[in-house]
Design a binder for this molecule. Structure first.
Ligand code: ZN
Length: 95
């Protein structure tokens, strides 16, 4: 995915088995991870605040992009009309 495709309110599934889901709660510089476990400088980019199985955590945006395979699409009828300019009320996806 591209970083521009990560949006607040949308749930994403991971690459590989695709059994892990994370819902994006917020994106911004104030949501960067508090710890950077590396000797290199932390990336200069926003953080993603997300929820996974009821637990909240943070990742740098590029890390979340690497993790995510695609948005989780629900069965709301919104998905049958992708011309709508509003997000899906069921899962928050955009057309
Ligand atoms: Zn949906």
């Amino acid at each position: 995915m591209k970083s521009s495709e990560i949006r607040v309110g949308v749930t994403y599934v991971n690459r590989g088995a695709g059994r892990t889901q994370r819902k994006v709660l917020a994106i911004g510089n104030e949501h960067r991870p508090r710890q950077w476990l590396s000797n290199s400088r932390p990336p200069d980019e926003p953080g993603v605040f997300f929820e996974q199985k009821g637990k909240q955590d943070n990742l740098y945006l590029s890390s979340f992009v690497s993790w995510a395979k695609s948005p989780v699409v629900c069965d709301h009828p919104w998905h049958q009309n992708p011309a709508l300019i509003t997000a899906c009320p069921g899962c928050g996806a955009f057309g």
